[in-house]
Ligand binder design. Structure first.
Ligand code: 5GP
Length: 117
C-alpha cells in the first residue's frame, strides 16, 4: 500500500505547517503551493492513503472533514461567494501525497472543474 507520512508529521506537529484548524479527528493547514487565494488541505489525523482505502470506521473523520471545510471557509471569509472541495485519488486523479485529503480552494471565481489532457 502506498503511504506518505508528510501530512502525518504535520498532524503530529513534527513538521512545520500553517495550521488553521485542528481537533481530535482532523487537521486543516495551508497548501505549500497555493493554486488560489485560499487553498487549504483538510486531512484525517490518521493515515488513510487514498479514497480507495476508506472504511466504515473512517466515517466520523470523513464527516468531520466536511463540517470543518464549511467552518474554515467561513473563517477565511469565502463561504458566501463560494469555493470548491476536491479530493484526488491515485495517478489518474492527480494524487501526489498518499494521505487522503480534501483541497478547499476559493477566493476568486474558479474555472471549469475538469481539464482534458
Ligand atoms: P494532491 O495532488 O495529492 O491532491 O495534493 C497534494 C497537495 O499537497 C499539493 O497541492 C501540494 O502543494 C501540497 N503539499 C505537498 N507537500 C506539502 C507539505 O509538506 N506541506 C504543505 N502545506 N502542503 C504540501
Amino acid at each position: 500500500m502506498r503511504e506518505d507520512t508528510t501530512f502525518l508529521r504535520i498532524v503530529q506537529g513534527q513538521a512545520p505547517a500553517d495550521v488553521v484548524y485542528q481537533d481530535d479527528l482532523v487537521t486543516a493547514f495551508r497548501d505549500i503551493r497555493p493554486q488560489a487565494p485560499t487553498h487549504i488541505l483538510i486531512v484525517p489525523n490518521v493515515l488513510i492513503p487514498t479514497l480507495n482505502d476508506v472504511r466504515p470506521e473512517h466515517e466520523p473523520a470523513l464527516g468531520r472533514m466536511m463540517t470543518v471545510a464549511a467552518k474554515v471557509a467561513a473563517q477565511e471569509g469565502i463561504a458566501e461567494k463560494g469555493y470548491r472541495l476536491i479530493s484526488n485519488c491515485n495517478r489518474h486523479g492527480g494524487q501526489e501525497v498518499y494521505h487522503l485529503h480534501m483541497h478547499l480552494v476559493g477566493g476568486h471565481a474558479l474555472g471549469p472543474m475538469l481539464e482534458r489532457r
